[in-house]
Write a protein that binds this ligand. Structure first.
Ligand code: KG4
Ligand code: ZN
Length: 335
């Protein structure tokens, strides 16, 4: 029987990525990060689209070349259909369609959030079904009940900002460069998480809200700076530790509730914020205390990457789930 070889493309936000997967094994994961956004303090959609269109072919060439597979031997081309920035998605979707048309092979659309969850199936150890995955990044905060590779249900999500956005926006208030999440993590290590008290917003059921903390930090800093202009520099570690404490608390309260409500034992985490050392430590402790089996993918597969699109496409290929050539990207797309 013939090998199943798929080229996968990810272009939903500001990473341009390509990956080759053969028979379920991810051979490579080439990512071009766009640095153009740094000076703007956030992703500028128009610039992201342009950078994707510049970077995509070189990234694909590198993935195909380093895989040792000839283009002509590919079985399908997969791409992120959504959710994401429309202009960014258009570049990846259009490329994937044209490339597949040229080769006369089918295309496979992948939901980006679905793929974040399936990143857990790239390497060992792989979680057993059912499990709950907390997907946390700059654009997403979701609790997903995963029943099989292709069957997932969102059981909770943010009603406003994503948690990574809350990290980045509060970091900006502290005068830190974008993206501020990793810097909050770094300074928090030397700070006291109980030094200042920031709100822990409690939403109904398994939903989240992360917009309140931004406003709370803004007003708190304004008051403190009025009497002490050096307040931030003198208290940076404690501020970062206290902000991080609130964000982690909000994440874990609902995760604990979800695990209890659904009676699962396997818990996974995905997305860029899962790199946060405070979150990892808190989850390790919780897992030990509660007897959970905890799964954290390699960092390379936590942030946006085509490896996760490739693994998702592999399962869709096995299920015969192909897409027609008139497909259009979706900025909003449900799991
Ligand atoms: O998954 P990702 O690379 O891109 C998407 O947003 O889809 O996630 C990026 C987000 C940013 O908000 C960044 O600040 C956050 O992940 N992040 C962190 C850490 N590393 C990345 N937040 C807190 N602590 C970290 N160590
Ligand atoms: Zn993502």
């Amino acid at each position: 029987t013939k090998d199943i070889s798929i080229l996968a493309i990810e272009s939903s936000c500001d990473e341009t990525s390509a990956s080759i997967i053969v028979n379920g094994k991810v051979l490579n994961n080439i990512v071009a990060t766009q640095s153009v956004h740094e000076k703007y303090g956030g992703v500028v959609p128009e610039l992201a689209s342009r950078a994707h269109q510049e970077n995509l072919i070189p990234v694909v060439q590198e993935a195909v070349f380093s895989s040792g597979i000839a283009k002509e031997d590919l079985s399908a081309v997969a791409f992120t259909r959504g959710p994401g920035l429309m202009g960014s998605l258009l570049v990846g979707v259009s490329f994937a369609k044209a490339f597949a048309y040229g080769l006369g092979i089918p295309i496979i659309e992948v939901n980006h959030m679905h793929a974040h969850v399936l990143a857990h199936f790239i390497d060992e150890p792989k979680p057993e079904f059912p499990f709950i995955c907390l997907t946390v990044s700059g654009g997403h905060t979701q609790l997903v009940l995963v029943k099989s590779h292709l069957e997932m249900e969102v059981i909770g999500e943010t009603r406003d900002d994503a948690v990574g956005e809350a990290f980045d926006k509060t970091a900006k208030l502290l005068g830190l460069p974008y993206p501020g999440g990793p810097l909050i993590d770094k300074y928090a290590k030397a700070g006291n998480p109980r030094a200042f008290e920031f709100p822990i917003t409690r939403m109904p059921e398994l939903d989240y809200s992360f917009s309140g903390i931004k406003t709370a930090v803004l007003y708190f800093l304004r008051d403190q700076l009025a009497t002490n202009p050096n307040f931030i520099t003198e208290n940076l570690n404690d501020l970062c530790a206290s902000i991080q404490y609130s964000l982690i608390k909000m994440l874990t309260i609902k995760l604990e509730k979800a695990v209890k409500d659904y009676g699962v034992k396997n818990v996974a985490i995905a997305g860029g914020v899962s790199a946060n050392s405070g979150l990892r430590q808190t989850l390790d402790e919780l897992a030990r205390k509660k007897g959970w089996e905890l799964f954290v993918p390699k960092f390379e597969y936590c942030t946006d990457n085509a490896g996760m699109i490739a693994i998702a496409a592999h399962y869709k290929y096995l299920a015969g789930d192909f897409t027609t050539m008139d497909v259009a990207p979706l900025a909003k797309m449900k799991i």
